[in-house]
Design a protein around this ligand. Structure first.
Ligand SMILES: Cc1cc2nc3c(=O)[nH]c(=O)nc-3n(C[C@H](O)[C@H](O)[C@H](O)COP(=O)(O)OP(=O)(O)OC[C@H]3O[C@@H](n4cnc5c(N)ncnc54)[C@H](O)[C@@H]3O)c2cc1C
Length: 472
């Protein structure tokens, strides 16, 4: 490994040593660290979710009478009503999981949030589908008519049923395109726009629940409670997915200052803004960036901070893999930038041991570069950077300087994935005291999966392995 002295480019302010006091004439303005996650809030959220679910089930059972159950179609209608209530409730829970509520986001991070959203997704959809089937059968039995005839009657004569049916079909369509094999064929933007229709689907189904649900007809109190729960969910989404990003973007007023080449197909974008010392951020976090330029303003893409902010400056480093990342390289000085975040829980807060090992795959080095800068000095970092060729070792000098400054060890692994496989034995050879450390890894999905698997096979506990996949 060669450790060369760091380059400090004219015009940029990013100081690889992480200790700007050593640089003459420039005072480093400290940024606030992101608040530490509070695991008890996660447990509270889980308890609240199950309490809500229990309340919904009790509501469904309490508003059913034995007489109604004994009537023709009574049992099917009851099953339909219960599956509908619980399915809609879980749909709201899914919306809240991805609402980026800050205390939850700090616990789950991007990967945890998506994992839980995907794990849960089959439930609301299956329950709502069961609801449609059972309610139709139940009503058909009660009216002593056929299922198709009943379906027709629902659409033609029942209040809000047409809207609810459209909502249901939208949910099914979104559920189908979310299946991994199909999702991977779609452009991220297409998938994202389709997902926005889920909010419309939920809105369309709201009214029929109040108008027809046995737990609501003639029960003004449950009508009000259900409406409040829905309004709170919608309000939470609006506040955290729209209001907070707009407020932060207006407060910090970021603009592109400089775009410079870091290596083949990789550029760094330096932005400057106001009051960045108020942006609570930790090393390893990312933001969704919306460059307000022609053709780009409508899409926000996640990129990690590749250095700790140095007010008034921020920096990201972007590898060109598609149309957005390629357009980033052509950004003009002065382009306005809107932000969402900072997000992510791959930060120093997650550390459970004094010492750390950081494993970066390709462009995953960006997040680990800022994390390294943010870690306290006694962490004795072992930094493993994996790249397919030497030219792909971006931010190489900066990482080397940060490692040297912290008296750590830098290991560069250059070659194809086949040549340099990261398995548990290999990891233990590189880092003999692996089990006494926390491991952080970021990068493309294949690398992160390999490293996490290797770390766990080597005996590292779950809570000492932290990762961020640079994909969706
Ligand atoms: C938490 C996180 C941090 C990231 N940090 C960096 C970074 O510091 N530097 C860097 O160069 N790249 C980073 N990425 C990856 C970066 O977001 C994608 O390379 C970029 O969005 C690709 O967009 P595109 O239009 O150029 O390419 P596309 O052709 O649209 O996509 C290429 C691939 O990038 C991924 N991707 C596309 N859009 C998104 C999205 N909105 N969210 C997540 N993944 C997406 C997909 O896996 C896709 O297959 C990060 C990704 C995540 C999730």
């Amino acid at each position: 490994m060669s450790v060369s002295s760091a380059r400090v480019r004219a015009g940029t302010v990013f100081d690889p040593s992480g200790d700007a006091r050593q640089r003459k004439g420039r005072r480093r303005v400290p940024v606030r660290p992101s608040p530490a996650p509070r695991p008890w809030l996660g447990r509270l959220a889980v308890a609240a979710t199950f309490t809500g679910l229990a309340a919904v089930v009790i509501l469904g059972i309490a508003t059913e009478t034995r007489t109604e159950l004994r009537l023709p179609g009574g049992v099917a209608t009851f099953i339909g009503s219960m599956t509908g209530l619980t399915g809609m409730y879980l749909a709201l829970v899914m919306v809240l999981i991805v609402a980026r509520i800050p205390p939850l986001e700090r616990i789950l991070g991007q990967d945890g949030m998506l994992r839980w959203h995907r794990r849960l997704s089959a439930w609301p959809l299956s329950l709502i589908a069961a609801h449609a089937v059972f309610v139709t059968i139940g009503y058909a039995q009660a009216a002593r008519t056929g299922v198709l005839h009943q379906l027709n009657a629902f659409l033609a004569h029942y209040a809000d049923m047409l809207a609810a049916t459209v909502g249901f079909l939208l949910m099914v369509a979104i559920g189908i395109v979310s299946i991994r094999a199909l999702r991977q064929r779609l452009r991220r933007e297409t998938w994202w726009v389709l997902h926005l229709y889920m909010y419309l689907a939920l809105a369309l189904s709201f009214a029929h629940v109040i108008a027809l649900g046995p737990a609501f007809v003639g029960h003004p109190l449950t009508q009000v409670l259900w409406s409040v729960v829905w309004a709170l969910t919608a309000g939470t989404v609006l506040v955290y997915r729209v209001g907070l990003p707009v407020m932060r973007s207006l407060r910090h007023r970021l603009r592109v200052v400089e775009v410079h080449r870091e290596g083949p197909g990789v550029v760094s974008v330096v932005m400057s803004g106001r009051q960045l010392e108020r942006l609570a951020v930790s090393g390893g976090q990312f933001m969704a960036w919306r460059f307000l330029a022609r053709g780009l303003w409508w899409q926000a893409h996640p990129y990690s901070l590749s250095a700790m902010p140095q007010p008034p400056y921020l920096r990201i480093t972007v590898k060109q893999v598609g149309d957005h990342s390629a357009a980033v390289a052509r950004l003009k000085r002065g382009t306005r930038v809107a932000i969402e975040g900072p997000y992510g829980n791959v930060t120093g807060h997650a550390r459970t041991n004094d010492k750390v090992v950081l494993v970066a795959g390709g462009i995953g080095v960006t997040a680990l570069r800022s994390l390294l800068e943010d870690l306290p000095k006694g962490t004795d970092p072992v930094v493993i950077v994996r790249a397919s060729s030497e030219s792909q070792l971006v931010l190489r000098d900066e990482v080397a300087e940060l490692v040297r400054h912290r008296k750590g060890t830098l290991i560069e692994l250059v070659g194809s994935r086949r040549e340099i496989a990261l398995h548990s034995q290999g990891l233990l050879q590189l880092v003999p005291d692996l089990l006494a450390r926390d491991l952080y890894t970021c990068g493309p999905p294949g690398l992160v999966e390999d490293v996490v698997e290797a770390a766990r096979s080597a005996g590292m506990p779950h809570h000492a392995v932290h990762y961020e996949v640079f994909s969706w």
